[in-house]
Design a protein around this ligand. Structure first.
Ligand code: ATP
Ligand code: MG
Length: 349
C-alpha cells in the first residue's frame, strides 16, 4: 500500500500543494517553520481523520480561510478526502470524510491508509497523563481493527450514560437497578477493548526491539459485573464509573526502570520511538501489509547505534522523514530517498 499523491488546499501554512511520491522513501528538508511537520500531519489526517497536534480540527484550516481540504490517492487509485469547515450558520458539517467521492462514517474511513507517526513531542506520552498514552495506543489499534473501533466508541457511550445515571441516583432521582442496562453494555464492550489491548501488549513484548530491551507493561483496569457490584457504594458516592478500560494505563520499562520516572531524556525519546515501531510491526502483522511510517525529526537526538537500527526499519515500507539538516539522515537512507525541499508552505524543485 502506497500513498501516491497528496493535494492540500488551505491546510496549515499550505495554500495549494500537489505532491507526487515517486519513490517509496522521501526526505522533507527545510528550515524551522517551513511546513515539514504540517505535511506529515496532513498524511496522518488521511489515516485517522485526527491530528495528534491540535484539540480542534479548525486549527488545521489555514489562517483567514474558510475551509481546508486534504486529498490523497493510494494505490489502485483510491481517493481519500477530508474536508474541514469553520462552523457557521450555513455550514452544517465541520468535518467530512469521503472515499472516491462518497461520504463515509469516520469509522469506515479510518484504516484505508494505515500509518504510524512519530513527532519529537510524542515524548510527552511517557511522562504525560494515562489518557494521552491511551490515545496513542487507540489510534493505531483503531486503524487495524473495525471491531475495536466500534467497541471503543460504544464503550464511551455506555460510560457517559452510566455516569449520568449514577449521578441521578446520588441525587435521589433514580433507582439502583436502572444501572443494570448500562453496566451490562459497559462490561461487554469493555471486555472487547481490554482483550484487544492485552493481545497487543503480549505481541509487542515478545518482539526483539533493536532500540533496547524495552518492555511494555499493561495495567488493565479490569471490569466485570461482580467487580462493579463490589464497588457500588464508592461509585454512587462519586457518581463515577471507577473501573474499566477508561482507567487503563501502560508504562515502558528498560532494565527494570520505568522510563516515566527514571528515564533520561534520550532514553524517553528512544522508548517512545520503540513503542511506535512496535505498533508498526503489530499493524503490519495484523494487516498483512506494512503501514506508512512518518518520522518527524527522528535522527537528531539518537546516537549512532540507534540510528543504524532505525535505518534498517525505514527501508521496509513507504517512509517519509522530515529534517532540518541532511547531515542528520544516514547516508543509506539518503541513497534510497527522493529529497524534497520545503520552504514557506511550498515544495521547491
Ligand atoms: P520545525 O523545523 O521548526 O519543526 P516545520 O517545518 O516542521 O518546522 P511546521 O510545524 O510544519 O514547521 O509549521 C510551519 C508553519 O505553519 C509555522 O510557521 C506555523 O506557525 C504555521 N501554521 C500552523 N498552523 C497554521 C494555520 N492554521 N494557518 C497558517 N499557518 C499555520
Ligand atoms: Mg516540525
Amino acid at each position: 500500500m502506497v500513498l501516491k499523491q497528496i493535494n492540500l488546499t488551505n491546510f496549515r501554512n499550505y495554500s495549494a500543494l500537489t505532491l507526487d511520491f515517486d519513490k517509496r522513501q522521501t526526505v522533507l528538508i527545510g528550515n524551522n517553520a517551513a511546513g515539514k511537520s504540517n505535511l506529515l500531519e496532513s498524511i496522518y489526517l488521511l489515516s485517522t481523520t485526527k491530528s495528534l497536534r491540535v484539540e480542534r480540527d479548525e486549527e488545521l484550516i489555514k489562517d483567514g480561510e474558510e475551509f481546508s481540504r486534504v486529498e490523497g490517492f493510494i494505490d489502485g487509485e483510491t481517493e481519500l478526502l477530508v474536508v474541514i469547515n469553520h462552523p457557521t450558520d450555513e455550514v452544517i458539517f465541520r468535518k467530512k470524510v469521503l472515499i472516491n467521492g462518497i461520504g463515509k462514517k469516520v469509522y469506515d474511513f479510518i484504516g484505508n491508509l494505515p500509518a504510524v507517526i512519530f513527532y519529537p513531542q510524542d515524548i510527552n506520552m511517557i511522562t504525560g497523563s494515562p489518557a494521552l498514552r491511551r490515545w496513542h495506543l487507540d489510534l493505531s489499534l483503531a486503524q487495524i481493527d473495525q471491531e475495536y473501533k466500534k467497541a471503543l466508541t460504544l464503550y464511551g457511550d455506555y460510560l457517559t450514560s452510566r455516569n449520568k445515571v449514577l449521578k441521578r441516583i446520588r441525587e435521589g432521582q433514580g433507582k439502583v437497578d436502572e444501572l443494570d442496562y448500562w453496566t451490562n453494555g459497559l462490561v461487554e464492550k469493555g471486555k472487547i477493548v481490554s482483550g484487544k489491548r492485552k493481545e497487543f501488549f503480549e505481541f509487542i513484548n515478545q518482539l526483539s526491539t533493536p532500540l533496547g530491551e524495552f518492555k511494555f507493561e499493561y495495567f488493565q483496569s479490569e471490569v466485570s459485573v461482580e467487580k462493579l457490584q463490589e464497588i457500588n457504594g464508592r461509585e454512587l458516592a462519586s457518581a463515577q464509573t471507577l473501573i474499566g478500560p477508561h482507567r487503563d494505563d501502560f508504562s515502558i520499562i528498560l532494565e527494570g526502570r520505568s522510563m516515566a520516572t527514571h528515564g533520561s531524556r534520550g532514553e524517553q525519546r528512544t522508548a517512545t520511538l520503540a513503542f511506535k515501531l512496535a505498533q508498526l510491526e503489530y499493524m503490519a502483522i495484523k494487516l498483512g501489509k506494512r503501514p506508512i511510517l512518518l518520522l518527524d525529526d527522528v535522527f537528531s537526538e539518537l546516537d549512532a547505534s540507534h540510528r543504524a537500527h532505525v535505518v534498517d526499519i525505514v527501508g521496509k515500507q513507504q517512509t517519509i522523514i522530515a529534517t532540518v539538516e541532511l547531515e542528520n539522515i544516514p547516508q543509506e537512507f539518503l541513497d534510497l530517498a527522493r529529497i524534497l525541499k520545503v520552504e514557506n508552505g511550498k515544495i521547491i524543485p
